[in-house]
Write a protein that binds this ligand. Sequence first.
Ligand SMILES: Nc1ncnc2c1ncn2[C@@H]1O[C@H](COP(=O)(O)OP(=O)(O)OP(=O)(O)O)[C@@H](O)[C@H]1O
Ligand SMILES: N[C@@H](CCO)C(=O)O
Length: 323
Amino acid sequence: MAVYTEVPEEALAAFLEGYDIGRPVSCHGIAEGVENSNFLLKTTQATFILTLYERRVNPDELPWFLGLMQYLAQHGLSCPLPVADRQGRTLRTLSGKPAAITTFLPGGWSRQVDTDMCAQVGAAMARLHLLGEGFVAERPNSMGPQSWTGLLEACRARGDEVRPGLVAEIETVLARVLPAWPGVGNNPSLPRGQIHADLFPDNVFFRDGKLSGLIDFYFACTDWYAYDLAIAINAWCFDADRRFMTDHAKAMVEGYRHVRPLEAAEEAALSTLATGAAIRFTLTRLYDWINTPSDALVTRKDPLDYLVRMEFCAARMGERFLP
Ligand SMILES: Nc1ncnc2c1ncn2[C@@H]1O[C@H](COP(=O)(O)OP(=O)(O)OP(=O)(O)O)[C@@H](O)[C@H]1O
Ligand SMILES: N[C@@H](CCO)C(=O)O
């Protein structure tokens, strides 16, 4: 249950007076999500999402995230639009936490993934990349390759409790990936811009089989476009038994290409980027696994899901990722 902070009724009513969105009718905590407290807020005018920012989000970076969402939504991407108060502010404070109200997106995320959905995700991601070119402020990727060695060190003492030899396995692959990363040494740079960087199935809504929106931009950053695709291939294109689904990955890449053609260098880098993406999520999940008490409110995600992906992708480094 991701509600860490309660919002008393009177405090909410006073807060909403600063906006022009009607009076509160109801406000219920949303169980899904692990990072922030989210509430489904109904007012006399419409339904909204109220978010209180809690854990990993650096408050100083919230204006960038909200600015990007606002820009993308106003330019035609289906994503939550941050709602401005009467003074034009999208970022406020509520119950002592940074808080924002965004528009509510219809639809819901799907636990069943098929090739058509993967193609739609690829196309929506490419649209995000193209639209994002008009949003010039940059945010370096705080979860990029420069952070992985430190994360591994933070997991070194206890990582092998999850599985013996785990830390050494990650370390071996990391030592191959870091020097092969685009832009490092003589490796070519790739087209870059605003990326979502966490486009997992639970952040993509569908309605009647059609993609209805993208949510959760709080890992978004300025990085290689193809890295976003690599993250999504990891997240969408392995089955419950952790086997790679080539057709799903091909459909996603095709859907992407249809909107934004991939350069040869991006295709060539895909196996390295996918290996890096798998390392990133193995490490953050491992870190959380070790550092989240087992009786905490949030459900920990299994790092081994991503370790399997890491091994799979690493075996393809230096080759074309897709046949
Ligand atoms: N704009 C929106 N419209 C409709 N529902 C939303 C919207 N934003 C969030 N939700 C709902 O809230 C849930 C949690 O949102 P979100 O994924 O952003 O939270 P989070 O705490 O940042 O989670 P995590 O980073 O773990 O995915 C979503 O699964 C969805 O049910
Ligand atoms: N998508 C991440 C969680 C944080 O957004 C994961 O599955 O590890």
